[in-house]
Design a protein around this ligand. Structure first.
Ligand code: ZN
Length: 151
């Protein structure tokens, strides 16, 4: 495993659309391992592959309840709404309020290529939305309500 460099706001790769993973190769497994290590090292709760310069639909999340690895995640259901302060490892020091669903259901593949369903509320719902947005080149600051602090 290795720590990868986290790309920051202004790097055009953060604005590109990531490609679906067609085959879970050893390089995808290494990517998952490196992304988890990089996220923990940076004290983040989530990281998407474009943030380490890889345009693949791969996400890791850990809100303190264990590591979640998602390959090709798709948000299939949302309910309600919650407004909370968000930050991003790619926009160091900044935060802003964002309106997100209160409940989110995501379908994805795990590292063994099996279909998984992840449901989240509160912080997990936010993380699922925030990280899948990264795969489409969308940053939370695009959705910020009011002022973005620290940018
Ligand atoms: Zn982010």
């Amino acid at each position: 495993m290795a720590i990868r460099q986290i790309r920051t706001n202004g790097d055009e790769i953060l604005r590109k659309k990531s490609k679906e993973v067609k085959e879970i190769t050893p390089s995808v497994i290494t990517l998952l391992d490196d992304m988890a290590e990089t996220m923990y090292e940076a004290n983040g709760v989530g990281l998407a592959a474009p943030q380490v310069g890889v345009l693949k639909r791969v996400v890791v999340i850990d809100i303190g309840e264990g590591l979640i690895e998602l390959i090709n995640p798709v948000v299939v259901e949302t309910k309600g709404s919650q407004i909370g302060s968000e930050g991003c490892l790619s926009i160091p020091g900044a935060c802003a309020d964002v309106d997100r669903p209160e409940y989110v259901k995501v379908e994805a593949l795990n590292r063994d290529g099996e279909k998984i369903v992840v449901e989240g509320t509160e912080l997990l719902a936010v993380a699922l939305c925030h990280e899948t947005d990264h795969l489409d080149g969308v940053l939370y600051i695009d959705k910020a309500i009011g002022e973005i602090e620290g940018i």
